[in-house]
Design a protein around this ligand. Structure first.
Ligand code: BJW
Ligand code: ZN
Length: 248
């Protein structure tokens, strides 16, 4: 039985509004590599090389291939019990928002409908010149070619947020509103190193929320929140859901 407090269970069961900020760790058990863990994506590739616009313009084929590969991984995998438990919490509670840094779409696939995607979605791509959306899978380069826009010939990029880029305004607004309303905020499977997302749990807490994180190890914000639950998201979230159901 994962070691979450009875206070967390009671606060969730009584919450008028609750939210979860999720990161790569929640999808790890589905087989999507995280970024910063041992064996994570950035052990092999550095973010400086791949996750910024300059890198893309310097070497579009390399960056397109990396995202095409990651898109192929995401297209194959399934949500895990952690994703399903959050989708179930949305059905159980009056108001529940998932604010995710993940680009894999697995929350929606698990049935969550109220999802703010702060860092975009790897299943989408668009042209950097005319901004036309490209069909899914368009980033996979044909042989040695660079993937280009069928309309204007511009470079195609994944619809994700790179370092130094603004987050999508509407998604940020939805996240801010959820953060203002929340009585409980769960921070799940994120190292809490990347801003502005990493500030959300503390903002929720400043607005009065009880904040708990669920992670296999304490994150960068562990000493600034109410509770750290050590364990895998796919174990802890279903157990938490059961405990809430038992008293809700
Ligand atoms: C498990 C588990 C299991 C494992 N169960 N847990 C303030 C201070 C300092 C810097 C900045 C600041 N504000 C902005 C910045 C700059 C920058 C930033 O934050 N830099 C820091 C790194 C220092 N931020 C930005 O540039 C952002 N834009 C912005 O601020 O715009 C305004 C602006 C513009 C211009 C100038 C200045 C300001 C944009 C950030 C975009 C991030 N993009 C990426 C790539 C997305 C595309 C892609 O997928 O390739 O998003 S980076 C990468 O990190 C990805 C993730 O969403 C993000 C967060 O990572 P996450 O999810 O936390 O994963 P990991 O791997 O780090 O952690 C996994 C965790 O899971 C670990 O804790 C494990 O223990 C745990 N875990 N298995 C539970 N089973
Ligand atoms: Zn175009």
């Amino acid at each position: 039985m994962p070691a979450f407090s009875q206070e967390l269970v009671e606060r969730l069961a009584q919450a008028t509004s609750a939210m979860a900020l999720t990161g790569a760790g929640i999808s790890a058990e589905s087989g999507v590599p995280t970024f910063r863990d041992p064996g994570g994506l950035w052990e092999e590739f550095s973010p400086q090389e791949l996750a910024n616009v300059e890198a893309f313009l310097d070497n579009p084929k390399l960056v397109q291939s990396w995202y095409a590969h990651r898109h192929a991984v995401v297209a194959e995998v399934e949500p895990n019990p952690g994703h399903y438990a959050l989708a179930e919490l949305e059905r159980l509670l009056e108001d529940f928002t998932v604010v995710t840094q993940n680009v894999d779409g697995l929350h929606q696939q698990a049935g969550s409908t109220n999802v703010a995607e702060l860092h975009g979605n790897i299943r989408r791509a668009y042209c950097i010149d005319c901004e036309a959306p490209a069909p899914e899978g368009a980033l996979a380069p044909d042989g040695d070619d660079i993937a280009r826009c069928p309309t204007c010939g511009g470079l195609l990029r994944p619809d994700v947020v790179w370092f130094g880029e603004m987050l999508p305004r509407k998604e940020v607004q939805r996240a801010e509103q959820a953060t203002q309303r929340a009585d409980v905020c769960l921070s799940v499977g994120t190292s809490a190193l990347v801003y502005p997302a990493a500030a959300i749990p503390q903002q929720a807490r400043a607005n009065g929320a009880y904040v708990a994180e669920i992670n296999i190890e304490p994150s960068a914000i562990a000493d600034q929140i109410d509770e750290t639950v050590i364990g895998k998201a796919g174990d802890v979230l279903p157990a938490l859901l059961d405990a809430v159901r038992a008293i809700a």
